[in-house]
Design a binder for this molecule. Structure first.
Ligand code: FAD
Length: 632
């Protein structure tokens, strides 16, 4: 019989990025014995890589900013497919979550009068991103970890045990969520260092596992983003929404090949960087879509004036939402106007003095100098789209972050769906994970407090999880897991990437069926001690199920919106806006079903925050008739 290390908690948080840490702090503060589990080292999460900042309408740089403007921008960015309640909670609560971080010890950049400084970003009407140079995520994680240590110090004083109420298990990968009937009963996984199995018995699990970037070939995401939380939720009986919406960030590095996909922060454009093609043309003026036409400058002169006088000029089109800029770059490269390595040029050197660039964008300066031998204070960067973020995720109840259909399961941060609709605005993820991380921790604590009896793990479920984990090690001569992973990434990149069409998506689905068969016969050489080949073998089923969700939903949605562009259906459709696509596992658990579900209806008072002529771009005649009495 296999040895299993057992632990018992009230709340288990899977993931130690911003969402997981904020959830754990909340659960612990509400008296719950809480475990934080993460696949990589503590402190190594996407949150730490976040560069530009966290969006919150504090109004420090432009006093006209407020939650209503932030809500409007978020809905526009998501092309009105966002869950209105999530967007509302996010816009209302983000400022408080940022100020709260200061009480934990965060040191943001300041304005001249000593307030938290805020910078411009695509799609945000006013400067809104609280930041620390271009290393905001590092400060966010440092602060949250510091808060955790301080809570542990309290526990040391009070209980003589620093880990009595809050313990971190790092380099542990969760592979299954055992249930007791309909309820979550815990989390099962393995330690990456020696491969020992671990069972965490707990009535509530918060998923905070981040994104799915590793299902695509070119990505800003690192190795651990294999859609684990998305897949765990599906296997536990939960559902995923909006999976067809994948954000390709417009600016990733394109050269040298070893660093292709690494992010070039949007702050470069926020701080004045311009995009040009091989003919030297500032091409974004040719790509302003009708829905945004009245908000963006149509001449270079006006765009340039905006940097000095934002109140009396319209924004430069380089600051359009990410989906628009990514598609524009893609079109320029396809039209043969790309840079030598298949991107376009991004130049901030003509806008700001060298010292200022080094001060405001220190990571970008070093990244290009060290990885590409390019001095961004003197020459342009070469950039192109990179898979960056998934808008789709676990379907949750907005106020509590409870996963729909699975008692005891919660989800927050990038793994949750709905908040960003079809496209996330830059900076809205860091604020999202603080707002909903806190809500998930509170939701889980309230759920546990209200339980009459605790669920028990069924031993058979653990046996199945153990057998699944051990099979690739005992199989000889099977498929190479790395080869299957690479083929999957290439399939998604080529056939379900930025621009999609039905025959290609269908081709991808056929390939995914083949890949699934190959994944079922992978073998991993070696033992259980630090064996990355084995880890990849175990990740494959997650990557595959998530890829199937993306492809199936992409095939069904016959319109183009945000992070989903159909070459064969290039227009946005008001009828499609009324529908969410919801993925679940088939009854046998071997595949994915996708069904349509009505989008939650936004209350009239929130619709009233928009001008009717803007709503007419998104809503059906029937929806607009509800607003018939509203002024134009
Ligand atoms: P993450 O921070 O991604 O953390 C996920 C955690 O889950 C990790 O600890 C991981 O180890 C763990 N995990 C995953 N699977 C398992 C498993 N099976 N078992 C155990 N643990 C698991 N957003 C902004 O708003 N502003 C920015 O400026 C910005 N810049 C970015 C720059 C880069 C380079 C990248 C990649 C992203 C950026 N983003 C930015 C997006 C943002 O950083 C992420 O969306 C956000 O940090 C996700 O946070 P999270 O807490 O949901 O998950």
């Amino acid at each position: 019989m296999t040895d299993i290390e057992r632990h018992n908690y009230d709340v288990v948080v899977v993931g130690a990025g911003g969402a997981g840490l904020r959830a754990a702090i909340e659960a612990r503060q509400q008296g719950m014995r809480t475990a934080i589990i993460c696949k990589s080292l503590f402190g190594k999460a996407h949150t730490v890589m976040a560069e530009g900042g966290a969006a919150a309408a504090m109004g420090n740089v432009n006093s006209r900013d407020n939650w209503q403007v932030h809500f409007r921008d978020t809905m526009r960015g998501g092309k009105f497919l966002n869950h209105w309640r999530m967007a509302e909670l996010h816009a209302r609560e983000a400022p408080e979550r940022i100020w709260e971080l200061e009480t934990y010890g965060a040191l943001f950049d300041r304005t001249k009068d000593g307030k938290i400084s805020q910078r411009n970003f695509g799609g945000h009407e006013y400067p809104r991103l609280a930041h620390v140079g271009d290393r905001t995520g590092l400060e966010l994680i440092r602060t949250l970890q510091q808060k955790i240590v301080s809570l542990q110090q309290d526990d040391q004083r009070e209980h003589g045990d620093a880990e009595a109420y809050l313990r971190v298990f790092h380099e542990v990968t969760i592979t299954a969520l055992p249930k007791d009937g309909d309820r979550i009963a815990g989390a099962f996984g393995y330690a990456r260092d020696d491969g020992r199995f671990m069972l965490f018995e707990a009535p509530a699990v918060v998923l905070a596992t981040g994104g799915i970037g590793k299902s695509f070939q070119v990505t800003s995401n690192s190795w651990e983003y294999t859609g684990d939380g998305h897949a765990l939720a599906l296997r536990a009986g939960g559902t995923l929404v909006n999976m067809e919406f994948v954000q390709f960030h417009p600016t990733g590095m394109v050269w040298p090949p070893s660093v292709k996909g690494i992010l070039v922060t949007e702050s470069v454009r926020g701080d004045g960087g311009v995009l040009t093609n091989s003919e030297g043309k500032r091409f974004m003026f040719d790509y302003i879509p009708d829905v945004f036409r009245d908000k963006y400058a149509t001449t270079e002169e006006e765009a340039d004036r905006w940097y000095a006088d934002a109140d009396n000029n319209r924004r430069p089109p380089e600051l359009l939402p990410r989906d628009e800029v990514a598609r524009a770059i893609n079109s320029e490269v396809k039209a043969g106007r790309g840079s030598p390595h298949g991107g376009v040029y991004l130049d901030v050197s003509k806008r700001l003095p060298a010292d200022e660039i080094r001060r405001r964008l220190p990571s970008m300066y070093h990244q290009f100098k060290e990885l590409a031998d390019v001095d961004i204070t003197a020459e342009p960067m070469e950039v192109g789209p990179t898979c960056h973020y998934v808008m789709g995720g676990v379907e949750v109840e907005p106020d509590t972050a409870a996963a729909v259909g699975v008692a005891g399961l919660f989800a927050a941060g990038e793994v949750a769906g709905g908040m960003h609709g079809s496209n996330r605005l830059g900076g809205n993820s860091l604020s999202d994970l603080l707002v909903f991380g806190r809500r998930a921790g509170a939701g889980a604590a309230a759920y546990v407090a209200g339980l009459e009896g605790r669920p028990s793990v069924v031993p058979d479920d653990v046996d199945v999880a153990v057998e699944f984990a051990l099979t690739p090690l005992s199989r000889e001569g099977g498929e190479n897991p790395y080869k299957v992973q690479t083929d999957l990434q290439q399939t998604m990149h080529e056939l379900v990437g930025i621009i999609r069409k039905a025959p290609e998506i269908q081709q991808a689905l056929d390939k995914l069926t083949e890949l699934r068969e190959r994944s079922e016969v992978v073998s991993a050489a070696g033992g259980r001690t630090y064996n990355p080949g084995w880890h990849v073998a175990l990740d494959l089923r997650n990557l595959l199920v998530v890829a199937e969700c993306v492809a199936k939903a992409a095939l069904l949605r016959e319109e183009s919106r945000g992070g989903h562009t159909r070459d064969d259906f290039p227009e946005m459709s008001a009828e499609w806006r009324q529908r969410n696509l919801v993925c679940a596992l088939t009854k046998e658990g071997s595949g994915v079903t996708v069904r349509e579900q009505p989008l939650p209806t936004m209350p009239v008072e929130l619709l009233g925050l928009f001008e009717r002529k803007e709503l007419a771009k998104y809503l059906t005649e029937e929806e607009l008739s509800v607003l018939a009495s509203e002024p134009d």
